[in-house]
Design a binder for this molecule. Structure first.
Ligand code: CP3
Length: 345
């Protein structure tokens, strides 16, 4: 049996500072790896890969084999919840996701009830089970979901948007429909993450990639409160499972976010300096981050220096090293080794 207390990620999430911080990368299973591209080709397309437990487990394990990261993140997508709720979802190569749009009370009524999502999402729980048995004993398995606001921005617009304009427009024009959609996603997310934990996820992460476009009171209402609701419900059922929250580009909104939501760790993007993050966020507990993804493309001495500067800035408290956002398809896989060497020596 693995002794969970010996896992470096769990130690950090319990508030322990470590001489060498544990490390993993957002989007660590992805197109920058030739073995990922080969497995995706075998699956046919991205969504077929997500719903094929053997192949999804395989791509989750690929970066662990190559880099021996301290955590593996389940291979899936935040947009599987809208699909499980009945939205159409497809990916346009080179452009990104497309969904049927939800903008009226009738659109909302046409979605499926929350208790039916597992019919679609069962293969994801199968992937988690395979991973729980196949991962090296020292590697922590992270499950995840999108935060309600970020998922809603895609459901309302039917695609990714640079400024989340359509979601902000619905929030202003029809707050009742907007809030009912957020509540539906919140309820589905609680069930989805609970099932991932029951299948073997040891940590869960909530991605609020577009939290930065919510300002002032809207940030509190639509980023902080839904996160608190999800975390409170998860902690009631699974009190020992740590939660990482990622309200990306929250700026001052990062301050006090862990305390206000009950999150065990706040993931920081690279728009803030690590020194600011240490002084304002790490004072409350574990933080994750925050190397700019572009260093994985450019590499060299700048990558080494910046990695070491981040480790140093966070050395006086609990820290999980990560990027500030996902690694991009044009990253050089060798640069990951350069980063790991700078962290682990
Ligand atoms: O390795 C991992 O991090 C685990 C798997 C994972 C994916 N997506 C796989 C993926 C995770 C955790 C996500 C989260 C996700 N998905 C987010 C939140 C994090 C973030 O990046 O801000 C968002 C907003 C999405 C929605 C999404 N999925 C978009 C906008 C896109 C297209 C853009 C792009 O990068 O191509 C995806 C596709 C996607 N999700 C890919 C992967 C590996 C690329 C698909 C492919 O192989 O063609």
């Amino acid at each position: 049996m693995t002794n969970p207390a010996s896992k470096t990620i769990l130690k950090a999430l319990a508030g322990e500072k470590q001489a060498v911080p544990p490390v993993w990368m957002m989007r660590q299973a992805g197109r920058y790896l030739p073995e990922y591209r080969a497995t995706r080709a075998k699956a046919g397309d991205f969504l077929s890969l997500c719903y094929n437990p053997d192949l999804a487990a395989e791509v989750t394990l690929q970066p662990i084999r190559r880099y021996n990261f301290d955590a593996a993140i389940l291979f899936a997508d935040i947009l599987l919840i809208p699909q499980a709720l009945g939205a159409d979802l497809w990916f346009v190569t080179g452009e990104g996701p497309r969904l049927s749009t939800i903008t009226t009370p009738d659109d909302l009524k046409a979605l499926k009830p929350v208790d039916t999502i597992h019919e679609t999402l069962n293969p994801i729980y199968e992937t988690v089970k395979i991973l729980a048995s196949e991962l090296p004993r020292e590697t922590t398995l992270i499950g995840f979901a999108g935060a309600p606001w970020t998922v809603a921005t895609y459901m309302i617009a039917g695609r990714g948007t640079p400024d989340q304009g359509p979601a902000h427009a619905l929030r202003e024009a029809d707050p009742a429909t907007f809030e009912a959609l957020l509540d539906l996603i919140t309820a589905a997310t609680i069930d989805y993450l609970s099932m991932q934990i029951e299948a073997g996820a040891e940590v869960v992460k909530i991605f609020d990639s577009w939290a930065g476009s919510l300002k002032g009171d809207d940030f509190t209402k639509y980023a902080l409160k839904p996160a608190k609701k999800i975390i409170t419900a998860l902690k009631a059922k699974h009190p020992n499972t740590p939660v990482i929250a990622f309200p990306r580009e929250a700026g001052n909104g990062y301050i006090g976010f862990a305390k206000a939501t009950g999150a065990d760790c706040v993931a920081l993007d690279n728009s803030i300096s690590p020194e600011w993050g240490a002084a304002n966020v790490q004072v409350d507990g574990c933080v994750q981050g925050n190397l700019a993804s572009r260093h994985m493309v450019t590499g060299g001495q700048e990558l080494r220096d910046e990695t070491k500067a981040i480790v140093k800035a966070f050395e006086n408290g609990p820290h999980i090293f990560n990027l500030g956002h996902g690694i991009t398809p044009d990253a050089d896989p060798d640069n990951v080794h350069v980063m790991l060497e700078a962290i682990r020596g």
